[in-house]
Write a protein that binds this ligand. Sequence first.
Ligand code: SF4
Length: 117
Amino acid sequence: MKSMTCIICPVGCQIDVDQDMNVIGNRCPRGKVYAITEMTNPTRTLTSTVRTAFKDLPRLPVKTSAPIPKGLIFEIMKDMDDILVQNHVKIGDVIVKDIHQTGIDLIATRSIPNQYL
Ligand code: SF4
């Protein structure tokens, strides 16, 4: 039996899952999906920053466009060390397509307006 807190919504149900993937404690079906995913292939949306070429805005906040396998987070963060944004960027723009061959993009979570160019 493994216990966890569901992080899908603010209710934060305490969920227990056994070896046969029987789930108890969830108040809605999303909690069951979350619990089974946590047991079989835990994922997280990665949020971080990457370097830019602009001294007044040296770091650009970014996130993955979807949750990635938890086991890849450190490798992807190493990949992000090599990124240098040198152009105008709008919020939601893709900074790296298919990062670390996950099929998931790294996207900007703020803009770099023209004043920084
Ligand atoms: S199980 Fe459902 S109600 Fe409970 S925290 Fe998860 S999403 Fe929210």
